[in-house]
Design a protein around this ligand. Structure first.
Ligand SMILES: [Ca+2]
Length: 251
């Protein structure tokens, strides 16, 4: 009876160590999988878009880099959506200009950078396993586009090979005219791809036929790789040693 209890305790402890080990390994391997969390140790490999690179800050006053199209599938296409630039009424988050988007009705508006439509503007992906996107958004106190969706879509040539998880966030009316920075890391899958299409949806909140407005500025797209934290590596090693010692004791 006593021996059985010891065996059970040993197996229980071994199981705890095993679970701890697995959790640590998973946390280490996929640090960017949690929404709204940026990878702590991020080594920059490639700059794809910044305020001065590919007009991510709209300071060239040229919107031709950006394509406006229908919102996501399942919602009604709104042909009234417009995309323009404005120095006001709210001050830009950086520089002198920002993207001003409007749409009538209950749908929304999509701003996209299409690699498959125009290869000369393509964002090439082939160096690093983390895709980092950040952007600043704002809205008026009323009739503002309230929901932001960011969806990276991976291409190999002109073929879509993967659509990454949607990052979604609301901009509350209490933040009227205040710029909010939204940032997220995506772990790129082990697939063959060479380009990415950054889709940014700004959606209206209701069914009114009123015109809704949203602001976008300071879009930054980076590619990099994870640098494992020494502390996590040390914890993983401790868990592994403990688990092996218990396993040896049971034999
Ligand atoms: Ca700007």
């Amino acid at each position: 009876m006593k021996k059985s209890s010891q065996t059970l305790n040993s197996e229980g402890a071994s199981f705890v160590f095993y679970v701890t080990l697995m959790v640590l390994i998973m946390t280490w391997a996929t640090p960017g999988s949690v929404h709204a969390t940026l990878t702590n140790d991020f080594q920059l490999n490639r700059t794809l878009v910044t305020d001065t690179t590919r007009n991510g800050g709209f300071e060239t006053t040229n919107t031709s880099n950006w394509v406006i199209s229908a919102p996501t599938a399942g919602t009604t296409t709104d042909t009234t959506a417009t995309n323009s630039l404005s120095p006001g009424p709210s001050a830009p988050s950086e520089g002198s200009w920002f993207g001003l988007t409007t749409v009538s009705g209950a749908t929304g508006v999509r701003i996209a950078r299409n690699t498959h439509r125009n290869r000369s503007q393509g964002l090439t992906l082939d160096d690093g396993n983390i895709l980092r996107i950040s952007a600043d958004f704002a809205r008026p106190d009323t009739l503002g586009l309230t929901t932001i969706h960011i969806v990276p879509q991976l291409y190999n040539g002109n073929t879509v090979v993967d659509t990454l998880d949607t990052f979604a966030m609301n901009i509350a009316s209490s933040n009227a005219y205040e710029w909010v920075t939204i940032a997220h890391d995506w772990v790129l899958p082990n697939l063959t791809f060479n380009g990415v299409d950054i889709r940014i949806d700004m959606r209206s909140p209701g069914s009114s036929s009123s015109t809704y407005t949203g602001y976008l500025d300071n879009l930054v797209v980076l590619q990099g790789q994870v640098i494992p934290e020494p502390s996590v590596a040390a914890l993983t090693l401790i868990a592994l040693v403990g688990w092996l010692r218990l396993k040896r004791r049971r034999v």
